[in-house]
Design a protein around this ligand. Structure first.
Ligand code: MG
Ligand code: MG
Length: 274
């Protein structure tokens, strides 16, 4: 199959919908590389969940994309374990996911995954602390899930990360650009890298794009049903999730209504399910 569909997906998800200054951060080609890395795995750990200190809730961006990738990898024969922390676990459960573990030291050794993926999961900054996009210190609310990525790199376990702001796991690959281009970048830029980094306008959209690329590479229809994906976001909101842009308990993802999720999913589907 021509890689051009994946290039088109990459252009779709790279749109800087929130005008965060991520344009120069996009690693062109990484969507296909990440899909090739993940297409044949045995056990993939998927980390997500971003706690917002002001509403005291997890955000709607992250876990829906994690679920989409997890479902796709399971369809391709991999085992998937989701890893998050206590404030975010109920949001995974609200979407019907049961194979969710809370981070604890030694978890990587216990699970022994063949690959790791993070989407919209805080990565520590140079000072060792975790920050929101606004530069607020969220360390006390954030389990050091990113330690699994440090340990995986040490052990040679491959990793993929998706982010949209600069403060997430994976952004260590482009931290100098985050410092230069993103508001509060000097403070929030994560130093935690990944083997493949997908920078998207919205992390969920990056995750859907990765699933589209997996569909393209394998010839399988792996994208989530659009209506179900929107019901999942609503279910998270009903369980307390907040929008990471308005900080309110409402069915928005980074300030965008569910229609934006519909448009991106159908746009990716049109590129790969022909
Ligand atoms: Mg983000
Ligand atoms: Mg986001």
């Amino acid at each position: 199959m021509p890689a051009s569909s994946i290039d088109a997906i990459e252009r779709l998800i790279a749109a800087d919908q929130r005008a965060r200054g991520i344009g120069n951060l996009v690693q062109w080609g990484s969507v296909e590389h990440a899909a090739r890395l993940l297409a044949r795995q045995g056990h993939v750990v998927i980390a997500s969940g971003f706690y917002l200190p002001v509403p005291k809730a997890g955000e709607t961006d992250g876990p829906p994309g994690a679920k989409a990738i997890g479902a796709a990898l399971q369809a391709l024969g991999s085992t998937v374990t989701y890893v998050t922390d206590a404030p975010n676990a109920p949001l995974f459960q609200a979407m019907g996911l049961s194979n969710v573990r809370l981070y604890e030291p030694g978890l990587l050794e216990e699970l022994r995954p063949t690959a790791l993926l993070a989407t919209e999961r805080p990565g520590r900054a140079e000072d060792g602390r975790y920050y929101s996009m606004m530069g607020r210190d969220i360390t006390e609310f954030t389990a050091p899930v990113d330690e699994m990525f440090v340990e995986a790199a040490r052990r040679g376990i491959p990793s993929v990360a998706i982010g949209d702001g600069g403060n997430e796991i994976g952004m260590g690959n482009v931290r100098e650009l985050v410092r230069r281009d993103v508001p509060n970048g000097e403070k929030i830029a994560s130093v935690i890298g990944a083997d493949r980094l997908i920078v998207a306008g919205v992390s969920n959209f990056g995750a859907y794009g990765l699933v589209g690329a997996l569909s393209q590479l394998t010839g399988r229809r792996l994208l989530p049903d659009t209506a179900q994906a929107c019901r999942d976001i609503q279910a998270m909101v009903d369980a307390g999730a907040c929008c990471g842009h308005t900080f309110r308990n409402e069915p928005l993802v980074d300030g965008l209504p569910l229609e934006a999720t519909e448009v991106i999913l159908e746009g990716i589907r049109a590129l790969v399910e022909r």
